[in-house]
Ligand binder design. Structure first.
Ligand code: BGC
Length: 759
């Protein structure tokens, strides 16, 4: 009977799935038909209009070209020469511009409204780098869902996220916006974020189209300087940079953004290899590609285009479907088609891609479906959203050190000094990309702690981090001279049971245009830390920052360190819960912390070189520094817990496999400490030799395991051909026969080891 019920359920489920698949296919056929017939009605000018995206009529992320006056934009909007706008927000504003597109243009094609919803809209989530530190794909997906729901309720249809650029260089300010240094983790996180933004139904009122950016190589800018030259080889491009982009396509990402950088001599925006060959041809991508802000015209500065018209030609021919804020498509594309320099078939292809997304969003059926002020009011900042971003924030925190078990704190009866320029800051935790959020709306650490009444807290700022109010578009000015608050902080620290020091970087010290040449604590913070340490060594350092920092002194001297990043709206509450042990930290670093900036780029999956180890004591001719170790301060995948975990009993189902077979890796994880906790178990694989040299190890699996004290669990990973494939000397993804090592543990230094052969 049981079996019958099971079979019956299976039939229903398969049936339901099949009907769902049929529905999806029918819907997309219908959309294709509609796109074709609409395209048939369009003049060349109207087609070009769809490929033009304007910023709302003010400057946000970059310089506006001279012609960019509001009057001209209005005129273009009215004549159907605008397909999309960015940075228009709020149901009322969106309705206004949409109404012009729908009611005043000949064909009434609605605009697609874009916005940089990078880590939350009004309710701000942790910065993406922090979220990646959770390794919790379900939480990450939900967090993107919150952002999508709020943005969509505010009239927005399209977010310029996720940024899936891999970066190994903490000097680059935009590392805060990605998932760190690893392609495997980056791919999983990118996939989860696209699913979170787009949901299962793009036309639903709580989803937005996502955008995988910046294609490609932007995270490899020379010397970590934003917008700088990128020169990377084939293997790095295919094995490191591309995988997260491919994963977003598997998640059905609707759009891509190209990039400001040149890649091996050709600007990404005019790069035919990237956009036409790899993306649209090899990967069969059907969504559209938007340029980055003004990146079509920037090809002139790159020295790749001789003028605006040439730039428009290069970009259109290379496969950039939409021009963001260069004004060059709208100005030149019609002439370029008339002169035979751009084939109209390419224009049709771009417009088809753009219209398809408009249909999928449901805009063609009801252009105002995202403009309901009641929903806007109800959804934005809801308790449900606050709870979800709080959950995400707690999971993003990484415990870097807890030597004397200062943490978790007693809930009552202790005296706490809370010190540092970021301790009461309600703005910095909002991070860098929070264009729609109101300033100073994060819960500060001070406020988070005040919710716990049992302890006495003395607060002292110590030093200012910045000298004038910071903003998204202006250079952040750091205080390097005003020491007047240090004495008060030192006094506050004296005689206290514990000193919590909140130091790091301002929210606007990381992000676009915020490259740094030093990775030390900015300004006078190190001086403050050492002054306080002289009178009280019981310090818990709360690092609030958007990138790895070189905190060697703290790592050596301060007993406890928590990496709390920029955690968003619920920052202080999340931090307080972790400090008081209500949430046991389980985050693991998604990016290596270097010992010194001279080691950068530093990453765990490096190549071995021909001279990896010292041949004999004192010899100099091996790959090393004479003044610094090769080791990082904290490695990728590293993070502690209030409890302890023990790994044992590593087994393989078989020592070899071939073809399409697979093997299973199992091991036991035991919670040997006294708190319940979650461990991110990690599997790394080393391919011992290949037709192209292989990294010393690569992350190939991870699983979050939650255990009560004393509890243990068997964890398993599957290894198959796909998992060990890479872009080989044959210029394709394939698994090469040979010997492999497997490492299991709680960081990229995992040492429990076994091996297998692939035939
Ligand atoms: C950034 C993009 C962003 C765009 C629109 C550019 O400066 O590089 O990531 O989406 O501005 O704001």
């Amino acid at each position: 009977m049981k079996n019958l019920v099971f079979l019956w359920l299976l039939v229903i489920l398969i049936g339901a799935d099949f009907t769902y698949a049929q529905d999806v296919a029918a819907k997309s056929d219908e959309i294709e038909r509609k796109v074709d017939s609409l395209l048939g009605l369009m003049t060349l000018a109207e087609k070009v209009g769809q490929m033009n995206q304007y910023n709302g009529f003010w400057d946000v992320t970059g310089p506006t070209p001279d012609e960019g006056d509001a009057a001209k934009k209005y005129e273009h909007l009215r004549s159907g020469m605008v397909g999309s706008m960015l940075n228009v927000q709020g149901t009322e504003e969106v309705r206004k511009v949409q109404k012009i597109a729908v009611e005043e243009t000949r064909l009434g094609i609605p605009l697609i409204i874009a916005f940089d919803v990078i880590h939350g809209y009004k309710t701000i989530s942790p910065i993406p780098l922090a979220e990646a530190a959770s390794w919790d794909l379900d939480a990450i997906r939900k967090s993107a869902g919150v952002a999508a729901e709020e943005a969509a309720a505010s009239g927005i249809n399209w977010t310029f996220a996720p940024m899936v650029d891999i970066s190994r260089d903490a000097r680059w300010g935009r590392v805060m916006e990605g998932a760190g240094e690893d392609p495997f983790l980056g791919a999983k996180v990118g996939y989860a974020r696209v699913k979170g933004f787009q949901g299962d139904d793009l036309s639903a009122v709580n989803t937005v189209a996502a955008c995988a950016k910046h294609f490609a190589g932007y995270g490899f800018s020379e010397a970590g300087r934003d917008y700088n030259t990128v020169d990377v080889g084939t293997s790095t491009l295919h094995n490191v940079i591309f995988p997260p982009f491919k994963a977003t396509i598997e998640a059905d990402v609707k759009t891509f953004m190209n990039a400001f950088n040149e890649l091996n001599g050709i600007p990404a925006t005019g790069n035919r290899f990237l956009q036409r060959e790899v993306l649209k041809q090899d990967w069969g991508y059907e969504g559209f590609v938007v340029s980055d802000w003004g990146s079509i015209s920037e090809m002139i500065s790159h020295g790749y285009a001789k003028d605006g018209k040439h730039a428009a030609m290069l970009a259109a021919n290379a496969g950039s479907d939409m021009d963001m804020e260069s004004y060059l498509y709208v100005k030149h594309l019609q002439d370029l088609v008339d002169e035979g320099k751009v084939d109209e078939a390419l224009i049709d292809d771009s417009v088809r891609r753009i219209l398809r997304v408009k249909y999928e969003l449901g805009l063609m059926d009801d252009p105002y479906r995202y403009c309901d002020p009641e929903r806007e009011e109800e959804v934005i900042g809801s308790q449900k959203n606050q709870d979800l971003v709080l959950d995400m924030a707690k999971k993003s925190i990484v415990l870097l050190k807890n030597e004397t078990d200062l943490l978790p704190l007693e809930k009552s009866g202790i005296k706490i000094a809370l010190i540092g320029p970021l301790a009461a800051d309600k703005d910095s935790p909002l991070g860098s990309w929070r264009l729609a959020a109101d300033a100073n709306t994060a819960v500060s650490v001070l406020e988070g702690l005040e919710a716990y009444k049992g302890n006495e807290i003395t607060y002292a700022k110590g030093v200012d981090l910045i000298t004038e109010e910071a903003s998204f578009i202006k250079e952040t000015k750091i205080n390097t001279s005003n020491r007047t608050g240090i004495e008060e902080a030192v006094e506050a620290a004296k005689g206290k049971d514990v000193v919590l020091m909140v130091l790091g970087g301002h929210g606007f010290q990381s992000g676009e245009g915020r490259s740094r040449a030093s990775l030390d604590l900015p300004g006078l913070q190190q001086e403050l830390l050492e002054a306080v340490y002289k009178v009280n060594k019981n310090i818990v350092l709360l690092l609030m920052n958007g990138r790895p920092l070189t905190i060697n002194w703290a790592a050596e001297n301060v007993p406890s360190i928590l990496e709390v990043w920029h955690l968003g709206t619920q920052s202080g509450n999340a931090i307080a819960e972790v400090l008081y042990g209500e949430h046991n930290p389980s985050g693991k670093l998604p990016m290596t912390f270097p010992r010194s900036v001279g080691q950068v780029p530093i990453y765990y999956n490096y190549k071995n070189t021909g001279r990896p180890t010292i041949p004999a004591p004192d010899l100099v001719f091996w790959s090393h520094y004479i003044d610094e170790s090769n080791d990082p301060l904290y490695e990728f995948g590293y993070g502690l817990s209030y409890t302890d975990f023990e790994y044992s009993d590593l087994k393989l189902s078989n020592n070899s496999f071939s073809g399409d077979e697979s093997i299973t890796v199992t091991f036991t994880l035991k919670n040997t400490g006294s708190y319940a906790g979650t461990e991110v178990t990690q599997m790394y694989i080393r391919d011992l030799f290949g037709s192209v040299t292989r990294p010393v190890r690569e992350l190939k699996g991870f699983e979050l395991v939650t255990l009560e004290p004393g509890e243990s669990k068997t964890v398993s990973f599957t290894v198959d051909k796909e998992l060990i494939s890479y872009y080989t000397a044959n210029e394709k993804w394939e698994a090469e026969p040979g010997d492999f090592k497997i490492f299991i543990g709680g960081s990229s230094n995992a040492s429990m080891e076994t091996g297998f052969t692939y035939n």
